[in-house]
Design a protein around this ligand. Sequence first.
Ligand code: AMP
Length: 295
Amino acid sequence: MQHISKQLSKEGKKLGFVPTMGALHSGHISLIEKSIRLADITVVSIFVNPTQFAPHEDFSLYPRPIEDDLEKCKQSGVDIVFLPERSDIYPEGSGIMVDVGEIGLILEGITRPHFFNGVATVVSKLFNIVLPDFAVFGQKDLQQSVIIQRLIREYKYGIKLIVAPIIRESNGLAMSSRNVYLNTEQKEEAGVLFQSIQKGIKAVQGGITDRKIINAHVIEHIRKNSNLKIDYVQTLSVEDLSSPDHFLPGEKVAIVIAAFSGKTRLIDNSITIIPNGYNDTLEDEYNGNFKELEL
Ligand code: AMP
């Protein structure tokens, strides 16, 4: 892969990269399409990364419909699918890991403290192998995007990060490879997550800047309308994921959620801007149709 990338780069080709764990859905395809629009050559990697799963998590159960995935890549016009073996990425005796520090211990990191070190390690290895000009990640994993942006900056990768909007089912449920674990009723119920985030966004647009009150709007909607078990609901500054008591006019904030439907853990988020007084031009932005995220 690295040899091919170097060759393509010598030929002046612009390489776009979409790292995935497979079980591709329309969310992944939207990232692939974005890369195809911007790059000469699009590389998609499919690798279920063992170091980001804790022992009790679903590593062995994680869906791996490889034939389907390859067909979807072909249909979408992907140039190269990179399918490494575990031993290519983690050879016998390897053990050097990237440590992302404190930013990996909040939100997702509270219940999954090793998760982002695993993610940063595999992404770092994939960047070194694929040598892309840019990489496309999804806003669906907002904390991951912020951490990858830092990884790129701090480790001098010189790769441009593009963060693409969240693709949703018709009821608002964010698409995810893990949605296959949900039955029809659970999928229906999980639409409440997006609705509740919209409640929070409405509160922000209505002038509320107090973080706890914004969170309370979201939590109340989930509790009243579902049996989903909340893991966390938080409102934070997109820039550094900090959670001040109050937000300032013009600040870009995200409302982020993790909740369980049965045993399945779902995450979602939306971004908005704290208004400078009343501002109805933002209405479209919080309809779920966010433009590309700038980090
Ligand atoms: P995964 O295969 O879950 O590791 O995801 C690979 C990439 O797809 C990540 O950058 C995710 O953020 C992105 N992604 C996953 N679900 C969605 C979605 N519903 N919309 C947009 N991007 C997504």
